[in-house]
Design a protein around this ligand. Structure first.
Ligand code: CUK
Ligand code: CUA
Ligand code: CA
Length: 569
């Protein structure tokens, strides 16, 4: 299970069904264990300001989704959003490390994200090439001080990022906002729920209308418009922005967007594993709305007159419905925030009921969870191979459920067996705030590299004999190697005022033999895995002797694994 960690800014990896946590992968946060945000290599990925400092060291991840091939996770990438600083991060699944971060222009509140599942026009491309990103907060465009009080002109954009290059490909100007995002299995559509079709600035305005929307994007048409030059740009951004506003898209045969009305401040949009339906939870309405993929396509073909007719069911489920997951056997599981429940319901049953057959039992089971669930998700549930084994309810409150640990409580992650007719709660975990959204991947899909290869690192030294202190004016480069239980240099000397770059290569080849490198009173701390190279750059300002030591327990002589960094006055 891979979880986005909310305002902690990282990604977490758990084993199931035990719920044991294996690893945290820093992405938008700073992590002094591995040195994320400290090493030059990680800073280059995160992005730096003119002074070489990390541009943002905060983040708020909400959604995490892996790349697909043929409707199934392919083990290449994980994509994770940062709502706070509008960035998309990419984690390589072979090393479980973040390798790219892209900042999206022209938006605020980047919330929902989902990779596409195949190309809308080229049938040979059956894997993820784009990532869709929705922005929740509307702002003046461009946002450099004009239009502050003209709130009616604030707008949100829907963005598309290239999954390989991580460049922002295009954006769509819309009415209302974006919240969650989904992508269709045939690649043709992306969807986002909109709770603020009112385009209110204050919460009472945002909930004034009875109906909001699920908004659909016709990907092939949008890319056609970009190709034809039918776009604008804002401020310094070069990203093409096409017009997806309501009034500009009233002719279905040319429309880029389709607004399907649903009640009320909807939350969550999830597509069923057969690719047929989008389930949107009502949040302020006790219902979920089921929208048929085929009917939305019919509207774009000019065959379906009223967009509301794309809704094929709207079952009443309970209070505060947020997110829906599927088991691949025709059942849906919706989290009820206010009722603190998971409700299991039949998709076909709900459709028949909506068509008028009131004898059908729509709701099949209810299970109390502890307490107030946000996301619920099933094993492989967002793929064609939904296996119907497990559902996890990530609950926002634990209250009195675990040993008290002070005013900040852990949250509760609950494992539910959904293989039978009745849901069964089988395990509970306290989790550090906050696993926001997660996905459960079958383990055979993940194939990791357990040891690096030195030739991946241009700065690596191949042999301890290449170690040394290399001076060019006031710039000093220290090349050093780690090999248990010693660093290749017992000491290295620089002069006060030098700019020092330390390049550390771990020459140990054995799996799991990681070393750390920390310098007393210099705010430097990172690890190098076997056959990996990392570097740090800093100013030597304080004359003296500073011990460098290995922080990662590596050997019986781990404590003795040290070197002296000497700054001459
Ligand atoms: S949103 Cu938080 S519970 Cu950001 Cu995924 Cu629904
Ligand atoms: Cu090397 Cu501890
Ligand atoms: Ca609303």
């Amino acid at each position: 299970m891979f979880s986005s960690a909310g305002h902690a800014g990282d990604v977490r990896i758990f084993g199931l069904p035990s719920g044991r946590e294996f690893k945290r992968v820093p992405v938008f946060n700073t992590d002094c264990m591995v040195g994320w945000g400290i090493t030059n290599e990680s800073k280059a990925i995160i992005g730096t300001d003119a002074d070489g400092r990390v541009k943002y060291n905060t983040g708020d991840t909400h959604h995490i989704h892996p790349s697909y091939t043929d409707g199934i996770y392919d083990g290449r990438y994980l994509f994770v959003n940062d709502k706070l600083n509008c960035r998309l991060g990419r984690v390589r699944l072979d090393t479980m490390e973040c390798d790219r971060i892209t900042e999206i222009p022209n938006i605020q509140g980047f919330h929902g994200t989902f990779p596409d599942k195949r190309d809308p026009v080229n049938p040979d491309i059956n894997y993820t090439t784009r990532v869709f990103c929705g922005s929740e907060f509307s702002i003046p465009l461009p946002n450099f001080g004009q239009g502050i009080d003209d709130e009616a002109s604030y707008r949100s954009l829907f963005s598309c990022i290239d999954a390989e290059t991580m460049d922002v490909r295009w954006q769509v100007l819309i009415d209302g906002n974006c919240e969650l995002v989904a992508s269709s299995y045939d690649g043709k559509l992306a969807a986002t729920t909109q709770y603020n079709t009112e385009m209110g600035v204050h919460y009472e305005d945002m909930m004034s209308a009875e109906m909001d929307s699920c908004l659909f994007f016709n990907i092939a048409r949008i890319e056609e418009a970009v190709k034809d030059g039918r776009f604008t740009t804002y401020g310094e951004s070069k990203v093409p922005v096409v017009d997806g506003l309501r009034d500009s898209n009233t002719d279905p045969r040319t429309a880029l967007t389709c607004y399907v009305p649903i009640p009320k401040n909807p939350h969550g949009v999830n597509i069923s594993p057969d690719g047929k339906y989008y389930a949107c939870a009502g949040k302020l309405s006790p219902t979920a709305s089921l929208i048929a993929h085929e009917k939305v396509l019919q509207w774009f073909d000019g065959v379906l007159a009223d967009t509301r007719d794309a809704v094929v069911a709207e079952p009443e489920l309970g209070l505060g419905p947020l997110h829906t997951a599927f088991d691949g056997r025709g059942n849906a599981y919706t989290t009820l925030f206010l009722d603190s429940q998971i409700v299991k319901w039949s998709v076909e049953g709900a459709i028949k009921f909506y068509q008028g057959d009131k004898s059908v039992q729509v709701v099949l089971d209810r299970l109390d969870v502890h307490y107030q669930p946000g996301h619920g998700f099933t094993s492989m549930g967002e793929t064609r191979e939904a296996d119907g084994k497990y559902l996890i309810s990530d609950n926002k409150f634990s209250k009195d459920r675990f040993l008290p640990v002070g005013p900040l409580h852990p949250e509760t992650s609950q494992l539910i067996d959904i293989s039978g007719d009745k849901m069964k709660l089988v395990h509970d975990n306290p989790v550090t705030s906050e696993p926001h959204d997660s996905i459960i991947i079958r383990r055979d899909i993940i194939k990791t590299k357990q040891v690096y290869a030195l030739d991946q690192f241009p700065l690596a030294i191949k042999n301890a004999k290449e170690s040394g202190v290399f001076r060019e004016g006031k710039k000093v480069t220290i090349k050093i190697a780690s090999q248990a239980p010693a660093f290749s240099l017992r000491e290295f000397r620089v002069k006060k005022g030098d700019e020092v770059t330390i390049i550390l290569t771990n020459l140990d080849k054995i799996e799991d033999l990681t070393h750390g490198f920390a310098i007393e009173r210099h705010n430097i701390n990172f690890v190098v895995n076997p056959q990996e190279t990392k570097s740090v750059t800093f100013k030597a300002n304080k004359p003296g002797v500073y011990w460098c030591y290995c922080t990662h327990f590596c050997h019986a002589l781990h404590m003795e694994m040290r070197s002296r960094f000497i700054v001459e006055p």
